[in-house]
Design a protein around this ligand. Structure first.
Ligand code: PLP
Length: 418
C-alpha cells in the first residue's frame, strides 16, 4: 500500500476502514482534561470492552441467586465454564480443540509446561531463549535449570542480534540449533519479542529445532491476538500466553496454554497435577488416583476463577466476530502507516529498531532514543499519548487494529516529530 503524508489521507483511511466501528466497543481512557488519549499501549494492557461488565454481572447475579448451585444451574454453569472459551481460543492460535485451555496466569503456565517438557539429561540439558527475554521467562527458565541441578551459566543459551543489528536472524538461530543441537533440550522464544517487537519465523524455527530433537515452546504474550498463528500446523510442542495485552481481558486476566495433541495423551510425561486436570467423568468421585483429561485440559490444576473468564469471553466474542485475518490486514496497514510517517520526518533523535518487514513484526514499533529518550516519552505523555518506556532507551508504540485509528497515528507522528 502506498501512503500519503497529509492529514486528509489519514481521514480517508479511517473512512475506508471496515473495522472502524469496533473502536466504539471499547472504553477509551481520557486525559485529565477529558479528551480521549491516544492509547498505543494495548501491548501492555488492552482496553476494556464495553460488553465486559454485562458478562461479569451475569455471574455475580447467578452467584447471588444460586450460591453453590451455580456450578450447575447458572445461566452458564461454572463447572464447564472454561469450555465456553475453547473454540474461540483454538481459532485464535490455530489449534485443535483438545490442544488449548485457558487457565492460571502466563508464568504459572510456563512453569507447568517446563515441568513436563524440560527433561534435561547430562548430555542434553541446555535451554535456548532470546535476548532480551521477558524477565519473568528468564527467571522461570533459570529456576528450572537449577531445580534439575544444572547451572544456568552452562545450560542457558541466549540468542542475540549481530553487532550493529537489532533483530535476531533466523539463520543465526538455525546455526546455533545445529551446532549445539545434541546438547539442547528446549527452545523457548517469545513469538514476538516484547522489547524489539520482532516476530520470529515460528514455523521455520520449529522445524529446525525439531530436526535436532529439540522441544519447542513459545511465549505468545505479544503474539496472541496480534498476528496469525498456526500452532498445530507448525507442530509446536507447547505455548503459553497471557490475555490482558492484545486480548483485553483486564489486569491479571486468565492466561492460555497450548499442548500439541501428540503430547496430550502422554502419561509418561511428568506433570504437576491438580483435581481440575482429572478426568471429568470421575473427578467428583474424589478418588485417590489421578487420571488426566486427555489434551491440554489435563494440565489444569485448580478450578478456574469465573469472573476473569467472564471478562475474557466478552473480548473473545469480539475477536471471533472480526477474525484474525481481517484484524491482521488492518494491523499491517496501521503499523505500515506509522512507519511511513516516521520515515517522512527523518529525525536524529531516534530510530526504529523493529524489523521493517511486516512478516517480522506485529503491530508494535519500538523506537530507540539513546539521547533524551525520556524527555521524548514525557512529551508524548503530556500530549495525551499512552505508550511505554522500557529501560534503557526504548519507547514502545502499539497501534492496535481493534480500537486505534489512522488519524491517531497521524496525530502521534505530529506530536513525536513536531
Ligand atoms: C507480559 C509478559 C509476561 C507476564 O507474565 P505474567 O505471568 O502474566 O505476569 C511474561 N512473558 C512475556 C513475554 C510477556 O510479554
Amino acid at each position: 500500500m502506498t501512503f500519503q503524508s497529509d492529514q486528509s489521507f489519514a481521514r480517508q483511511l479511517d473512512a475506508a476502514d471496515s473495522l472502524a466501528s469496533y473502536r466504539d466497543k471499547f472504553f477509551i481512557p481520557k486525559t485529565p482534561d477529558g479528551k480521549e488519549t491516544i492509547y498505543f499501549c494495548g501491548n501492555s494492557l488492552g482496553l476494556q470492552p464495553k460488553s465486559a461488565r454485562g458478562f461479569v454481572e451475569q455471574e455475580m447475579k447467578d452467584w447471588e441467586r444460586f450460591g453453590v448451585d451455580g456450578h450447575f444451574h447458572a445461566k452458564n454453569p461454572w463447572m464447564p465454564y472454561h469450555e465456553l472459551l475453547t473454540e474461540q481460543t483454538a481459532r485464535l492460535v490455530g489449534a485443535k480443540l483438545n490442544e488449548v485451555v485457558v487457565m492460571n496466569t502466563l508464568t504459572v503456565n510456563l512453569h507447568l509446561m517446563l515441568v513436563s517438557f524440560y527433561r534435561p539429561t547430562t548430555r542434553r540439558h541446555k535451554i535456548v531463549i532470546e535476548w532480551p527475554a521477558f524477565p519473568s521467562d528468564r527467571y522461570a527458565v533459570e529456576s528450572h535449570i537449577r531445580f534439575h541441578g544444572f547451572d544456568p551459566k552452562r545450560s542457558l543459551i541466549e540468542l542475540r542480534p549481530r553487532a550493529g543489528e537489532t533483530a535476531i536472524r533466523t539463520e543465526d538461530i538455525e546455526d546455533i540449533l545445529e551446532g549445539d543441537g545434541d546438547e539442547i533440550a528446549l527452545l523457548l522464544l517469545g513469538g514476538i519479542n516484547y522489547y524489539s517487537g520482532q516476530a520470529f519465523d515460528m514455523e521455520r524455527i520449529t522445524r529446525a529445532a525439531q530436526a535436532q530433537g529439540i522441544l519447542v515452546g513459545y511465549d505468545l504474550a505479544h503474539a496472541a491476538g496480534n498476528v496469525m498463528l498456526h500452532l498445530h500446523e507448525w507442530n509446536v510442542d507447547f505455548a503459553v500466553w497471557c490475555s490482558y495485552k492484545y486480548l483485553n481481558s483486564g489486569p491479571g486476566g486468565i492466561a492460555g496454554c497450548f499442548v500439541h495433541e501428540r503430547h496430550g495423551g502422554r502419561i509418561d510425561l511428568p506433570r504437576f497435577a491438580g483435581w481440575w486436570g482429572q478426568n471429568k467423568h470421575i473427578r467428583f468421585q474424589m478418588g485417590p488416583i489421578f487420571d488426566a483429561i486427555p489434551g491440554a485440559e489435563g494440565w489444569q490444576v485448580s478450578n478456574p476463577p469465573i469472573l476473569p473468564l467472564a471478562v475474557l469471553r466478552a473480548s473473545m466474542e469480539i475477536f471471533d466476530e472480526v477474525g484474525m485475518q481481517e484484524l491482521r490486514a488492518k494491523s499491517e496497514r496501521l503499523t505500515g502507516y506509522l512507519e511511513y510517517l516516521l520515515n517522512q520526518h527523518p529525525c536524529q533523535r531516534y530510530s526504529v529498531i523493529t524489523p521493517r518487514d511486516p512478516a517480522q513484526r506485529g503491530c508494535q514499533l519500538s523506537i530507540r532514543a539513546p539521547e533524551g529518550g525520556k524527555q521524548i516519552f514525557d512529551h508524548l505523555a503530556a500530549e495525551g499519548v499512552v505508550c511505554d518506556w522500557r529501560e534503557p532507551d526504548v519507547i514502545r508504540i502499539a497501534p492496535v487494529p481493534l480500537y486505534n485509528t489512522f488519524s491517531e497515528v497521524y496525530r502521534f507522528a505530529e506530536i513525536l516529530c513536531g
